[in-house]
Design a protein. Structure first.
Length: 270
């Protein structure tokens, strides 16, 4: 499957499972979909038949509320049956509102409390370095998350220990639960800030798969940790969700649900 097709199917399945659950976070799941699709379809050294293999690449979804995108990627790669996606947020399901590493294969870290994920990714990268392993550690952060102090403590830690196998993406969609990131807590200029903390920084279009691929390739050549700032659209792919903060944490219903699925079905063969 091409990564473009993988991303399209991921978006469709993510919204479908949110509709069936009646709750969840569509906006940030859709904005990060292309990044997650590229990593899981092309980049990550992972094995669904051996999810815990020591030499695997690690992936940390720091913005854990975008779990639907991660769940779809894992199911599409074969970590668990696709039919399990229909159980999102149901009682007893391993697919809850945030990822749980103890309940779902392929999840390297339980996340949800914003600010903590990057610290864990740093620990993974340092452990690999001390053990002489060559695996990479990838993380996806939200832009609202940049207001968390722990993010910047982790940034200092990663630069201090020269964690060059740590590659992070910043899903820069400009919106968070309470409004625009600029109005809630303006963290700009993020490119300059990350550089000042000793990271290699790239700024790309987060919906351009070729740009994502090229950025990862370049990040692998750096001698420092890398931050790829991906400019994205919250709710990407659903017309009435795009750049609309109302869809940060609400599942579509009725006619809106039908419209969302109709728009996302284009190019998807299911």
């Amino acid at each position: 499957m091409t990564t473009e097709a993988f991303a399209a199917e991921l978006r469709f399945r993510a919204i479908d499972m949110l509709i069936k659950a009646g709750s969840g976070h569509p906006g940030g799941s859709l904005s990060a979909a292309d990044i997650i699709a590229y990593l899981f379809n092309e980049e990550l050294n992972i094995n669904p038949q051996n999810p815990d293999m020591p030499e695997r690449d690690r992936f940390v979804l720091c913005k854990g509320h975008a779990a639907p995108a991660l769940y779809c990627a894992l199911a599409m790669r074969g970590f668990f049956p696709l039919k399990e996606l229909d159980t999102l947020r149901k009682l007893g399901s391993p697919l809850q509102g945030h990822p749980d590493m103890k309940k779902l294969p392929g999840v390297d870290m339980s996340t949800g409390s914003l600010g903590q994920g990057l610290s864990v990714a740093c620990g993974m990268a340092l452990a690999a370095k001390l053990d002489g392993q060559s695996n990479n550690v990838y993380a996806v952060l939200g832009d609202g998350e940049q207001a968390e102090g722990q993010v910047w403590e982790a940034a200092m830690f990663a630069a201090h220990y020269q964690l060059d196998k740590l590659i992070a993406f910043l899903d820069l969609n400009g919106l968070q639960i309470d409004g625009t990131t600029k109005a809630v807590m303006d963290s700009a200029p993020l490119d300059d800030k990350w550089r000042s903390f000793g990271w290699a920084v790239q700024v790309i279009d987060g919906h351009d798969l070729n740009a994502i691929k090229a950025a990862v390739a370049k990040a692998k050549t750096e001698k420092t940790p890398s931050m790829i700032i991906a400019k994205t659209v919250k709710g990407k792919g659903v017309s009435f969700m795009e750049n609309n903060v109302d869809w940060h944490g609400a599942a579509p219903k009725g006619e809106q649900a039908e419209l969302a699925l109709a728009e996302l079905r284009k190019g998807v063969s299911l």
